[in-house]
Design a protein around this ligand. Structure first.
Ligand code: PRT
Ligand code: ZN
Length: 298
């Protein structure tokens, strides 16, 4: 791989893989996968993708092996605290959060555990793969507990007698339920995020990186956005624009053969639901069309 090409680290096989690849595809990248399945070579942009374990991503960005990486805030935050403990700045920068991989790091107790509030955690053994995030959460509440650091299978620790409760990632909650655990506190809200190396890169590379970031931002913005077109009496426009989130400056066009009605075109930054259409109609709108937005460049 040439040093002039951007290297992006993403998870090889896991919860972030499909949406990370979809994101780069939507940024216009066409790629072919190498024989070893570890690298995707960009064919039309100077960008290659390294497929690795998610835990290795901050390290690869920090060691400058990769320029960019996509990884969960849970992993980023744990690494950040690791560097803070050594009083050094984290060797990566968080560029933007991404609209996938949502989950929360939560405390969960066995069903029979009598949990009246955080004070119930004092002196307890808490199993987690995120000892630093949990440690900070406890410290800010003035609580002392015994953190049992485990690298996996955290949810079975109470049954094995290794801990009184756990602090683990949750999305649907079904893993907790299957292990007869009850969620009691959210320690961190997480989602995927893009990180970059703080090491300066050549100007050609920097230019492409900036372009890629603008495209990623554009992809993020259009996900929920809709283009809406409708006809409405002029007098109803204030009520109608108030119903359209994120469309403060709509385009108003004349309609042939009528002075009383106009056409309104607007980009809505949020999804437009049937309820909104019904309210628009009740406010006087007609001929309402809602279209998906394919690309957007601010
Ligand atoms: O092999 P590698 O190390 O790359 O993968 P991994 O097993 O460490 O990670 P993976 O693929 O499980 O998760 C990657 C990232 O996805 C995490 O770091 C989070 O940022 C994010 N994410 C989103 C989740 C979840 N949702 C999630 N539900 N990561 C893990 N889980 C696990 C959780 O640990 C628990 O075991 O799923 C189970 C709970 O799920 P529910 O739906 O039953 O609540
Ligand atoms: Zn992992």
């Amino acid at each position: 791989m040439s040093p002039e090409r951007i290297k992006l680290a993403i998870q090889k096989s896991g919860r972030l893989t499909d949406q990370s690849l979809e994101l780069v595809t939507r940024c216009g990248l066409k790629y072919s996968r190498g024989k070893d399945q570890l690298v995707c070579y960009g064919e039309n942009l100077p960008l290659d993708i390294l497929l690795v374990r998610d835990d290795d991503i901050p390290g690869l960005v920090q060691d400058d092996v990769c320029d960019l990486g996509i990884v969960g805030l849970n992993v980023i935050e744990e690494k950040r605290l690791e560097f803070a403990a050594r009083a050094t700045a984290p060797p990566f920068e968080q560029v933007m959060t991404l609209d996938f991989g949502r989950c929360r790091l939560a405390l969960a107790v066995p069903e029979e555990f009598d949990y009246g509030g955080p004070a119930a955690l004092r002196g307890r053994r808490i199993a987690t793969s995120y000892p630093r995030i949990l440690g900070r959460w406890l410290a800010t509440r003035g609580l002392e507990a015994d953190i049992v650091a485990l690298s996996g299978a955290v949810e079975i620790a109470p049954r094995l007698g290794r801990a009184d409760l756990i602090c683990d990632l949750v999305s649907s909650g079904s893993t907790l339920a299957a292990n007869r655990l009850r969620e009691v506190e959210t320690v961190l809200d997480s989602q995927a995020a893009l990180i970059r190396t703080p090491v300066p890169v050549s100007s050609a590379k920097r230019e492409w990186m900036e372009r890629l970031l603008v495209r990623m931002d554009g992809v993020q913005q259009v996900r929920e956005s809709k283009y809406i077109m409708l006809h409405a009496p002029r007098a109803a426009l204030p009520r109608i624009t108030a119903l359209l989130p994120g469309s403060e400056h709509p385009t108003i066009l004349p309609l042939e053969g009528t002075d009383e009605k106009v056409a309104l075109h607007a980009v809505c930054r949020e999804n437009v639901f049937w309820e909104t259409l019904e309210s628009l109609k009740a406010a006087g709108a007609s001929a309402i069309l809602v279209l998906p937005v394919e690309k957007m460049l601010a």
